[in-house]
Design a protein around this ligand. Sequence first.
Ligand code: ATP
Length: 493
Amino acid sequence: MESATEGGEEFLINESLQLNGLHVTVTLSSGGLLRWTGASTGGSLLIENDLLGFKRENQSFKLYGFMKHETTGLCFVTRPGRRVLKELSFRPKSEESLSNWCLCIQRCLDALERPKRLLVLLNPFGGNKCARQIFQEEVKPLLDVAGVSFTLEETQFRNHAKDMAKAVDLSQYDGILCISGDGVLVEVVNGLLERSDWEHAIKMPLGIVPAGTGNGMVKSLMEDADEPCIATNATFAVIKGHKRALDVAVVAQGQVRSFSVLMLTWGLIADIDIESEKYRWMGSMRLDFYTFVRVFRLRHYSGSVSFIPAPGYEGYGDPICIENENESILHDTGINGTEEVKRKTSDCLGALTGPETYEWKSISGQFIMVWLHNVPWGSQDVMPAPQAEFSDGYVDLVIVQQCPKWSLLSLLVKLKDGAHVKSRYVQYLKVKAFRLSPGERTGSSVQGGIIDVDGEVLAKSKGSSGDNRAHLMSYGPPIQVTVEKGLATIFCP
Ligand SMILES: Nc1ncnc2c1ncn2[C@@H]1O[C@H](COP(=O)(O)OP(=O)(O)OP(=O)(O)O)[C@@H](O)[C@H]1O
C-alpha cells in the first residue's frame, strides 16, 4: 500500500470520488481516519470507533457508519449518544481505484481484530421478557451488517448458561455475548471457571446487551465510555472488539465456592432484592415499594465483617490478629496439595499469595447493610460504588450500621448518582479480601437474613422469607471473598 503525506499527515489514499452522487475529495489516513470534503458536504469517520461494516458493490463501495447522533433541537426524539446507522456510498473513478479502496479499508478492519464468530446466549425470561425482540430488532441487524457470524442459544432453565459455558467448544468462537441481565453473565463466568481448561477459558471475551432487570455490568461499561446503556450501542461495543480485564471475586465457605463479578450484599439491600420478588406483579414499582416497607420496618442484624483494606483505607475497623492469614484462607477453602495439582482446577483461586503480609481489620456490632461491589453500577439507576474499577484487584465495601430512617431514605435516593458515599452514616472503602460472619436479626433469636450474590440467594437463614430452595452456602459460618485481579475479559465500548 503506497502512502502520501500532506501537511504532516500520512494518507493511504487521497482521491476525488463521488459520495452519494456529489463530488468530494476523500482521504484515508494510516490511523484509519476517513475524511471527505466537497462544495456542499463534508465529514469524517474513524474506522476503529465508527465503522460498523462495508460492502463492495458494482462500481462503488458502501460504508456503514454507526455514529453518535448529533444533538439537535429535536434531541428528545433520539437519546443523546445513541448511535445511528449512516450509509455512505462512494464511487471511485476506476475499477483499479475501487479495488485499492476496498483493500485499504479491509486491511484497517483486519488490524482491529474484531470478533468474527460469537456464541449468543439469550434469556427469553429475563427482565420484561423482551430479549428475543431486542435480539431480532436491535442486535441481529448490526451483526449482519458487520459480517459477524453467530450461534444463537436460548437459555431453557436456571444454570443452563453455566452448563453451556462449561461444555462449549471455545475454539469455534471469538466471544460469548449474553442478551440478558447480569445473572446469565455470572453463570457464564462460573461455567468457564469450572472447566478443566479454565485458565484459557476465562480469557474468552464476554459481552452483554441489556435485556434483564439488573444490568449493572453493561451500565458500568457504557457509562465509563460516556455511551448510553442501550442495546444498539452495547452491541456495537462487542462488534468493535475493544476489551478490558475484569476482576473476579472468589466467594468461599469451607470447600464450597462460587465466582462473582458484580456484588455480594447482606441486610437491607439483600432483603429488598430477594423478598420483593413476591411483588413482581407490580413491575418496576416493586423495588421502590418494598424499599419503603423495609425502611419503615427497619431490621438490624448482628454480626461482624473482617477485611484487608486497600492502601489508603487502613483507618477503617479495628485490627484483628489472624496469625497466618494465607494458611487460614487456604485451610478454610479446602485448598491443599501440590501447586501442580491445584492449578488443574480453579480451586487454586482465592488464596492470598504474594510476598506481602496482610493486616486484617474488623467491624462488629449491628448492621443495616453490608454491600460489596466490583463495578460502579448495580443496575441502570443505582450506583453503589462510584469509585469501583474494573480491574484494580479490589472490591468496594459499603457499610451502614446505625442510621435514622429519614436519613436512610435520603441515602438510598442518593444511590442513583453515588452521592450516598458522602453520608456520615456510610463507611466506604476498598478491600482486597473480606469475611462476613452474619448473625441474627435484632429482636429475634431464630431469624437471620439473606446473603445475595449477583442477584441470587447464596445463603439464607431458616425462617427468613423467600423461596425454600436449597442454597449453595449456609447462613452463619463465615463467607469469605477474595479478588482475582483482572481474571476475566470483557468487551467494552
Ligand atoms: N429459561 C429460563 N427459565 C428460568 N430461569 C432462567 C431461564 N433462563 C435463565 N434463567 C435464570 O434467570 C436468571 C436471571 O436472568 P438474567 O440474568 O437474564 O436477568 P436478571 O436481570 O439477572 O434477572 P431477572 O430475571 O430479574 O430479570 C439467571 O440467573 C438464570 O439462571
